[in-house]
Write a protein that binds this ligand. Structure first.
Ligand code: WTA
Length: 662
């Protein structure tokens, strides 16, 4: 690593230095009064009106919170609003129609800018087209698109007519898409002909077509021409060309539909502990208030800002903090289709300089990659436009934090390490950048109004320094409202661990391990269930393992995640197996069943998996082996001799089979 100051950095990590918000930042910050914590606590739940008031409502709420049917809470009860109106029209009406809403940079360096006026025209035309295809209020529209402008346009067009969207990440397979469309009874699909990956045109429509053929019902499909004829495709009767539809509906007027606060804005599939993904439901009023508020208070976004979140819109981070949060505030949001290392490893910094990006939000795994590539790349660019940095998705280790702070932020941008989940809708635990001391490695205190705690197995709050489980005791506006299609899983999945329903006490179980310090700062320790967070998304080990076991020749599989990497330990049916063909078959099997997102960074073949005497796979041990950590108690292990074997095999493992060009 060439960060030039290794010894200094190590000494710093030892000392656990903390940082205060830079004075200049505090002066201009959206939220800088430390009393906000007390004010929210004393005035809970009415404090949340401050979030809702960032939006424009067609009808004001009657009550802030209705707890009568807990844990099915209702927020901003009987209020009405439209999310697309809040993200677009009201900014146009405020005289900002020529302000850039979206700056898009494509994989081949193409660029496009949509002003708020452009966004209004295009979403209105597409909303009219969707209606003509038959989409009515509350019909779920599935969006299966890569990072192209038509994706946020389609989301907002759906929001305009009150049709919840279900965005399925473009890297998911035909099977995964079909499962999600069936589960949501979604009869409408928006997709594209193809997109580029590592220079090749991938046939995306082929995957979409296969999925639609597998559905239990018919579906109307809209196809965006992403490749401009680069991948000739034909359209059947129930398939429609996006550009033609938009052209045919130019100048159409579509009134934004007034939605009840509790009406669904979208569903988002996310991985859980079982083999099946679950569809988290997010509502119009609570969700939009929560993401607008946290974009304002935590990301400090101002209408004049250019803001860049490097996630994919296919995941919750992109929904909340590329599309809904920043647009609700009237800012310019950057949308980047490419990768950080193409054409060169300074790509991100080149774009930060080009667009004068004020606020940058990314995943720790990206920061670690930047760090590995060295300071030379950011040093080539003028990054002085940056005011605030953020991270999300996994814990950021103090070294990476400090590197980011020094080399990207130039030592004068606060860094917010934000903990939240698809289920929480928006940020929950993080410092407020103009108020709180930053402690690298620790996400921070719960946000004002958020009642997050760390408890032990009995549900008692832990002492500072002790590890426990992260829970949230009071409801919050952005919280999920249920699971579409299988609502009976809602209570068992999230509310059964610590709640005492007979006492009327409901406690949300987040599934994360955490530690608390004497200042109330929360340090996240990773998932405590069989869910792996990799970069900006998460996957369930069960989903991946059952796909691997489905490959001929595989006996058993155990998948773990560490520092953003996915590792699969696979035992084979025959002693000599574990060759290149089997690796390829496993990769292909995963690509079919789930998609490229589930392809492990490493596949380690082993004669057998480490198991307890009762036959359970010892995952902790597999994690310790992968991270090189000291092994915990392995007295329950039936086959301890496997440890040395696994270490040797992991060391010999390369990922060359995945990326032959590397
Ligand atoms: C993890 C992504 C540590 C955590 C927004 C959580 C984090 C899961 C952080 C949710 C953070 C997210 N520090 N861990 N700052 N942020 N996580 O639903 O395990 O894709 O439960 O939402 O990511 O992943 P999801």
């Amino acid at each position: 690593m060439d960060d030039g100051g290794d010894a200094e950095l190590e000494a710093w990590v030892e000392n656990q230095e903390t940082f205060e918000p830079p004075a200049e930042f505090v002066d201009g910050a959206n939220v800088s009064d430390p009393d906000i914590y007390d004010a929210f606590e004393e005035n809970w739940p009415d404090c949340w009106e401050r979030a809702a008031e960032l939006l424009e409502w067609d009808r004001r709420w009657e009550a802030v919170l209705d707890e009568s049917d807990a844990p099915r809470y209702r927020w901003f009860v009987d209020g009405q609003l439209n999310a697309a109106y809040n993200c677009i029209d009201r900014h146009v009406e405020a005289g900002r129609k020529n302000h850039a809403a979206l700056r898009w940079v494509g994989k081949r360096g193409e660029t496009e800018t949509y002003t708020y006026g452009d966004l209004q025209r295009e979403t209105e035309a597409f909303a009219a087209a969707l209606r003509e295809l038959g989409v009515g209020e509350d019909d779920v529209v599935t969006l299966y698109l890569p990072m192209i402008p038509e994706l946020p346009v389609a989301m907002l067009a759906c929001a305009r007519i009150g049709a919840p969207h279900s965005v399925v990440f473009a890297g998911f397979s035909a099977d995964a898409l079909a499962t999600r469309m069936d589960n949501a009874d979604s009869e409408y699909l928006v997709t594209c002909d193809g997109y580029y990956r590592r220079g090749d045109a991938l046939n995306h429509k082929g995957k979409a077509d296969r999925a639609v053929r597998r559905l239990d019902h018919d579906a109307e499909t809209v196809v965006v021409d992403r490749l401009g004829g680069g991948l000739p495709h034909s359209l059947s009767d129930d398939q429609h060309d996006y550009d033609t539809l938009v052209e045919d509906h130019r100048n159409a007027e579509v009134e934004p539909v007034a939605r009840d606060s509790e009406d669904d804005l979208f569903v988002m599939y996310t991985s859980g502990t079982t083999g099946e993904p679950k569809a988290v439901r997010h509502t119009t009023g609570g969700y939009l208030s929560h993401v607008a508020w946290t974009s304002h208070a935590v990301l400090d976004i101002k209408p004049s800002d250019t803001y860049w979140c490097s996630a994919d819109i296919g995941w919750i981070t992109g929904h909340s903090y590329i599309v809904y949060g920043p647009l609700a505030l009237g800012a310019t949001t950057v949308m980047y289709e490419g990768t950080p290392d193409y054409p060169e490893k300074d790509r991100i910094w080149e774009l930060v300089e080009r667009y004068d990006v004020d606020v940058f939000y990314t995943a720790p795994t990206a920061v670690r990659a930047f760090m590995k590539w060295g300071t030379g790349h950011p040093d080539e660019h003028d990054l002085s436009s940056l005011r605030l940095l953020g991270t999300v998705g996994e814990p950021i280790n103090p070294r990476a934090w400090k590197w980011y702070y020094d080399n990207i932020g130039g030592g004068d941008c606060p860094v917010v390490d934000t903990w939240w989940q698809a289920e929480t809708g928006g940020m929950m635990v993080t410092t407020l950048p103009a108020i709180s001391t930053m402690k690298p490695g620790s996400a921070g205190p719960p946000l004002p109004g958020i009642d997050a705690k760390v408890v032990d197995a009995e549900g008692e709050e832990v002492e500072p320094g002790e590890a426990g489980y992260l829970v949230v005791e009071k409801p919050w506006p952005g919280m999920l409202r249920g699971l579409a299609g299988e609502d009976d899983r809602f209570v068992p999945e999230y509310w059964s661990t610590y709640s005492e329903p007979e006492e009327g006490e409901w406690v949300y179980f987040a599934g994360d391990g955490a530690k608390l310090d004497e200042d109330g700062y929360i340090t996240l320790l990773g998932r405590v269930d069989d869910v792996i967070s990799v970069g900006d998304h998460r996957i369930g080990t069960m989903e991946v393992e059952s796909a691997i076991v489905g490959v001929e020749g595989v006996a058993e599989a155990a998948v773990i995640g560490t520092t953003g990497e996915l590792i699969a330990y696979v035992s084979t049916e025959r002693e000599s197996a574990g060759d290149a063909d089997l690796r390829r078959a496993i990769v292909a099997g995963l690509e079919d069943a789930i998609g490229e997102v589930a392809v492990p960074d490493h596949v380690v073949f082993t004669p057998e998996l480490p198991k307890t005497r009762s036959g359970k796979i010892m995952r902790r041990l597999l994690e310790d082996i992968a991270t090189g950590a000291e092994l915990g108690d392995i007295s329950a292990l039936r086959n301890p001799e496997i440890v040395g074997e696994l270490r040797a095999r992991l060391a010999g493992e390369t990922r060359s089979y995945l990326e032959p060009e590397d």
